[in-house]
Design a protein around this ligand. Structure first.
Ligand code: GDU
Length: 625
């Protein structure tokens, strides 16, 4: 704020000292109640075209505390943004002018389809990479970006607290933490016990998610992770903008507050840099930083192999990708060649890919090719960075990431917005500033294995064009069952074909509801080791495997089976289990008597009959039905 206060110091307190405020008479009348620092901020705001912020101010004596409180927020917004609010407003004006002029941030670049590592689940190469990845996991830190509002989903709570699937009710955060702990253990086992690695987990929150995330962790004993392993870093929001002149929006519920929104997941780099964690990790011998998002229940099935790719290829940056349907809401991994000859392989965000393609001679824009998919692999925003080069780069940029603005205009004149907008930045734009020699690659895996986010509310999901993914709570849960079934099939289990069903207007494949705790298997090799000959599971079945050393051998399941075993219990499950099982009962998302996390998926699990076996003591056991 030095500039604003300096300007104040330059004024002589003589007649008309407050002349600078004459364009804002209501502010001018209130100058007497403001401190010199507050006046400095007021001057800066007027200079930057924000006089409307004071239009509604009443006479001195009315709401004085709130008027002063308003400057506390201004001071905070100013301190949180590199270069302060003046830079924020000026950057915003420039980006808004570019947006109005239809300027694409990739102007000057020609897109083409890049080549990357394409993996096939379950083959020798995949298993070799998984093993390499598990070996490296003890030298990794995980960073979960979870500051988003989840506006498209419209769920009232935090997305991390949503069940990833409702057979066990395990929420996303529990699933993530248990998966990291399972990798930690598997990694240490591979190096024959000479390792006491505790993989760090950082969660980036925002004001919208911080308290609830902390509460979720604390009320669940951090889901088994040591509290010192988990760090929360909170991103701050930025001011919302109402028009092309970057005038700030007032909060609809409090006229003494500027409306704010998150600045985007790109903040994670600056926060990691300023937290000092990266250097601590490096001194502790860590080598990899893995970034991931709040609702992808499949992700950890893809982590070991993709980390294996990073380590065997020596990638500084490795983005995980899946085949992408044209116009799907995921960025496309694209090779961009500049007119000056330089090249980068990077994400082009979904709203920019189509205009970029059209502007560079692809008249149809973002369309599928003969494979039925876009030729540009879809970025699932799972990034693996080599810590050394990452620290080196951040020491130059301090973690700053190029920003963008995405206003929703009222009409084609682009002169007014439907609702306020703000500057944003994305974590996957990190490679854009890297030197040409940086080793930037990507890894493509099957979608069924790696990507099933929960982003869309039921109504929007039901309107998704046929063949495109719903990205809803319904599809996210169904994808977990499908992936588990396909993995078991590949391991030799006979799994019945799925049936189709419609939940909340979305047609999905309904596979047997099979889940396992992450410690049962981190890799395909683990799965293969734990299933023996002649196992079969019918379509209407449910199976929950909850334990490390549970082996299926000659099991025939038609109904529901739950196996819980302590880590020291080795249990062989065999024979024929048949019962009425667990059914899925349809529910409507509009039925507000049903809890929100249930109705947004369109079904609830009705536990009619099951076999449940529990082994709480160490030892070797065999269960035969
Ligand atoms: O200010 C923010 C905004 C979002 N997030 C977090 O960032 C992640 C991603 O947010 P969205 O799900 O809203 O992201 P989008 O769907 O807009 O897109 C992102 O995820 C897609 C894949 O899921 C594609 O990879 C795309 O390129 C990438 O920008 C979430 O975990 C969210 O909680 C933050 O931490 N802070």
């Amino acid at each position: 704020m030095d500039n604003a206060v300096d300007s104040l110091a330059g004024l002589s307190v003589t007649d008309g000292w407050d002349g600078w405020a004459s364009s804002a008479p209501n502010l001018k009348r209130n100058l007497g109640i403001l401190s010199s620092e507050e006046i400095g901020f007021a001057m800066m705001l007027l200079r930057e075209g924000q006089k409307h912020l004071f239009d509604h101010w009443p006479e001195p004596g009315v709401d004085d505390r709130r008027k002063k409180g308003y400057f506390d927020q201004v001071a905070q917004l100013n301190a949180n943004y590199p270069g302060g609010l003046v830079s924020y407003i000026q950057n915003a004006r420039k980006l808004l002018a570019d947006s109005k002029a239809g300027k694409n941030p990739s102007d000057g670049f020609t897109p083409s389809v890049p080549t990357g590592e394409v993996l096939t689940f379950g083959n020798d190469n995949f298993m070799m990479l998984e093993e390499a990845g598990v070996r490296e996991a003890r030298r990794a830190a995980f960073v979960l970006v979870a500051g988003g509002l989840g506006e498209r989903l419209g769920y009232k709570g935090i997305k991390l607290a949503l069940p990833s699937e409702t057979t066990t009710g395990r929420c996303f955060l529990q699933h993530y933490i248990e998966s990291i702990l399972a990798l930690q253990e598997a990694s240490c086992r591979l190096v024959q016990g000479q390792c006491e690695a505790e993989i760090p987990l950082v969660i980036m929150t925002s004001d919208d998610t911080h308290e609830s995330t902390l509460l979720l962790l604390e009320s669940n004993d951090y889901f088994g992770m040591k509290t010192c392993q988990v760090k929360l870093i909170k991103q701050e929001k930025v001011a919302c903008l109402t028009d092309n002149n970057a005038r700030f929006a007032l909060d609809l519920n409090d006229k003494y507050k500027i409306q704010t929104k998150p600045h985007g997941h790109g903040d994670v780099h600056a926060l990691l840099y300023s937290s000092g964690l990266l250097n601590l990790w490096q001194s502790a011998g860590l080598k990899w930083v893995l970034f991931f998002q709040d609702t992808n229940g499949l992700l950890f099935k893809a982590i070991p192999a993709s980390l294996g790719v990073s380590s065997t290829k020596g990638y500084h940056v490795n983005s995980l990708a899946v085949p992408r349907k044209a116009k799907e809401a995921m960025g496309g991994i694209t090779k961009l060649t500049h007119t000056d000859g330089s090249e980068i392989v990077t994400n082009v965000e979904y709203n920019q890919l189509d205009p970029l393609l059209r502007a560079t001679g692809h008249a149809d824009g973002d369309v599928n090719c003969e494979t039925g998919f876009s030729p540009y692999p879809g970025n699932i925003n799972q990034l693996i960075l080599d810590l050394g080069p990452y620290i080196k780069e951040l020491s130059k940029t301090r973690g700053a990431i190029a920003e963008f603005v995405n206003p929703k205009y009222k009409d084609s004149t682009k002169s007014s917005f439907k609702s306020s907008t703000r500057l944003e930045c994305m974590m996957q734009d990190y490679p854009k500033s890297l030197p040409p020699l940086a080793k930037v690659g990507f890894t493509v895996m099957d979608k069924w294995l790696a990507y099933a986010p929960v982003k869309n509310n039921p109504e929007d999901a039901s309107k998704v064009p046929k063949g495109n993914p719903y990205h809803s709570a319904t599809s996210g849960e169904m994808a977990i069952y499908k992936a588990n079934c396909l993995i078991l099939r590949k391991a030799g289990v006979h799994i019945a074909d799925p049936v189709t069903d419609i939940f909340n207007g979305q047609e999905v494949e309904l596979w047997p509801r099979i889940t396992w705790s992450p410690k049962w298997a981190s890799t395909f090799r683990d799965v293969k080791r734990k299933v023996g000959e002649c196992c079969s599971i019918s379509q209407r079945s449910t199976m929950i495997i909850n334990g490390q050393n549970i082996f299926l051998d000659g099991l025939s399941l038609d109904g529901a089976l739950v196996v819980n075993a302590n880590d020291q219990a080795e249990v062989k499950v065999t024979g024929c289990v048949q019962n009425k099982g667990w059914a899925l009962e349809h529910v409507d998302y509009k039925d507000i008597l049903i809890p929100e996390e249930t109705r947004i998926r369109g079904f609830k699990v009705c536990k009619i009959e099951q076999v449940e076996i529990n082994y709480a003591d160490p030892g070797k056991f065999s269960f035969k039905s």
